[in-house]
Design a protein around this ligand. Structure first.
Ligand code: SF4
Length: 204
């Protein structure tokens, strides 16, 4: 079984799936089997059950952990029920823990319904990868399975999430150039999200 819980640069992360509707050109998954202190983040088709994830959470001992991020070798909203149940369990065992979701923002397309309200209410922070400020560029870099539909769906998800979640972020990496960074900033702010521009040199 792959690592369900792992640490990276002092942070604690939860890996619940390898499924993802994208094949991003920059995806860290193509660079190795793990990141941080994880040994292996691939489940090889045997994704952990909710019981196995809950056991991993209980064994880890989140009572004294300040924050945790759902982010692994796949898109967490691919397993929405498991994601929400695990977040709820974390909140029960540690009411003050800060729970963040890192997502590609395509949950509504993945789950074929509006999911922002459930997600927004379950997390303290939702961080959406904006990547690029227009649909064509977004499709090229994410190589998603919903061409032309993904970008507007991701924007709508983010906008709706911001209604229910106290802190929604949208991120790009500085390789897209100044003009696109400014366009992206305007998009994020118009949706009620904090804009984050990350340095490529510090990793994506
Ligand atoms: S959305 Fe995330 S996990 Fe999926 S391909 Fe892109 S970077 Fe990788």
């Amino acid at each position: 079984m792959a690592d369900i819980i792992y640490t990276l640069c002092g942070g604690t992360y939860i890996n619940i799936t390898n499924k993802c509707p994208c094949r991003c050109t920059f995806c860290i998954r193509s660079q190795g089997n793990a990141v941080g202190e994880a040994e292996n983040l691939w489940f090889y088709g045997n994704e952990p059950s909710l019981d196995e994830i809950i056991k991993a959470v209980d064994d880890y001992g989140f009572e004294n952990v300040d924050s945790v991020v759902f982010c692994g070798y796949g898109e967490p909203t691919e397993r929405l029920d498991v994601l929400l149940a695990t977040a709820k369990h974390l909140r029960e065992i540690n009411p003050s823990i800060k729970i963040r979701l890192n997502t590609n923002g395509l949950s509504d397309l993945i789950n074929d319904r509006s999911t922002a309200q459930e997600i927004g209410k379950a997390f303290d922070v939702v961080s959406v990868s904006l990547n690029d400020p227009d649909s064509d560029s977004y499709d090229k870099v994410t190589r998603n399975i919903y061409p032309t539909k993904a970008f507007p769906a991701m924007l709508e998800f983010t906008k709706q999430c911001a209604r229910f979640c106290p802190h929604v972020r949208m991120s790009v990496v500085d390789v897209i150039g100044e003009e696109n960074i400014e366009k992206s900033r305007k998009i994020a702010e118009s949706l009620g999200a904090e804009f984050v521009c990350r340095s490529f040199d510090n990793g994506r």
